[in-house]
Design a protein around this ligand. Structure first.
Ligand SMILES: NC(=O)c1ccc[n+]([C@@H]2O[C@H](COP(=O)([O-])OP(=O)(O)OC[C@H]3O[C@@H](n4cnc5c(N)ncnc54)[C@H](OP(=O)(O)O)[C@@H]3O)[C@@H](O)[C@H]2O)c1
Length: 302
């Protein structure tokens, strides 16, 4: 399969690109740093800085769209919110515009989104039929999804990846929690009762490949394991896996003061279920948190 991917240099994109190249798919990575791509995947993977490189004779079977400015790294000033939107919605709109101009269009667009689309909640369980929330992450995801769904009008199958907290040994949330925990500084944030809907990176990649290959798959899919846990359960499980204590607490008001509005990503969660993936018979290799943590923290746990 010939695949164009955005965000192919990121945490998820790297794992996905490795899996796609391993099975013989031909990749083109759209990146602000195309010079980094050969070092990641070898000279066989093409790298583009802009979509202007998409010539008349170049055709793709699939487009995977994961690009996005990291959401937790900077305070959500008006400027940063505009950047978060532009890097996702703007990139997606440009992709769809370029697809519209092609005579031979890809068959499928697999486009990023996040479980933040549901807003937050302590009691509800969210599946793909749940309504969208109203906070900034929910608005961001709705606009991101709407931009991708415009490709359906061009005849593409559109799959929306409502991504949960991806657990990887190469970075992301798990390593941010594990790092202080290794130093004995593991902490429960807020009241600890907020939900964390996580997914192991191997299951994430397998799910995307299944949704890519299965021509009957379309619409939103929650990419989360079937057993979400509370934040307190999560950080204590990480501490146990690393044989370290978790004794500290960081109250919500302090996080709000330090982080501003984005503290909601840490102090409020959502319990999300992979209802549509499971309905397709998707097999989770890591349905339980302990198994994923053992796999991802194994080396550091000794
Ligand atoms: N990891 C998670 O737990 C998680 C959870 C929910 C949703 N997601 C979403 O899934 C997508 C991939 O996640 P990830 O963890 O792999 O993210 P990541 O490691 O931060 O990588 C994001 C990618 O987006 C591109 N990018 C970053 N800032 C950009 C900007 N300002 N403009 C255009 N492109 C930009 C980068 O590509 P270049 O530098 O090569 O241009 C990078 O490869 C993201 O959109 C993220 O919001 C991730």
């Amino acid at each position: 399969m010939r695949v164009l991917i955005t965000g192919g240099t990121g945490l998820i994109g790297r794992a996905l690109c490795r899996a796609l190249t391993a099975r013989g798919d031909q990749l083109t990575v759209l990146s602000r740093h195309p010079e980094r791509v050969p070092a990641l995947y070898g000279a066989g993977v093409q790298a583009w800085r802009t979509l202007d490189a998409w010539g008349a004779v170049t055709a793709f079977d699939a487009v995977i769209n994961l690009a996005g400015e990291p959401i937790i790294d900077h305070r959500w000033s008006a400027r940063q919110k505009a950047m978060l939107l532009a890097s996702r919605v703007g990139t997606t709109e440009r992709l769809v515009q370029h697809i519209a101009q092609r005579q031979r269009r890809p068959a499928v667009l697999i486009s990023g989104s996040a479980i933040g689309i549901y807003g937050t909640g302590a009691r509800q369980r969210f599946d793909e039929t749940s309504p969208a929330g109203s906070d900034f992450p929910a608005q961001l995801c709705q606009q991101w999804e709407a931009a991708a769904l415009a490709a359906a009008d061009l005849g593409l199958r559109v799959v929306l990846l409502r991504t949960g907290l991806v657990l990887s040994d190469e970075g992301g949330l798990l390593q941010r929690v594990a790092l202080p925990t290794r130093w004995g500084l593991g902490a429960i944030l807020g009241d600890g009762r907020q939900w964390m809907s996580w997914i192991d990176i191997d299951d994430y990649v397998s799910a995307v490949l299944q949704l890519l290959d299965d021509t009957t798959a379309s619409g939103p899919y929650n990419l989360v394991a079937p057993a979400p846990v509370t934040h307190e359960t999560f950080v204590k499980a990480v501490a146990r896996a690393l044989h370290r204590p978790c004794l500290l607490r960081s109250p919500s008001w302090l996080l709000r003061r330090l982080l501003g509005e984005r503290a909601t990503l840490l102090t409020d969660g959502q319990q999300v279920l992979p209802t549509r993936l499971q309905a397709r018979g998707f097999h989770f290799r890591y349905p339980r948190l302990t198994a994923s943590l053992e796999r991802r923290l194994g080396a550091g746990a000794s």
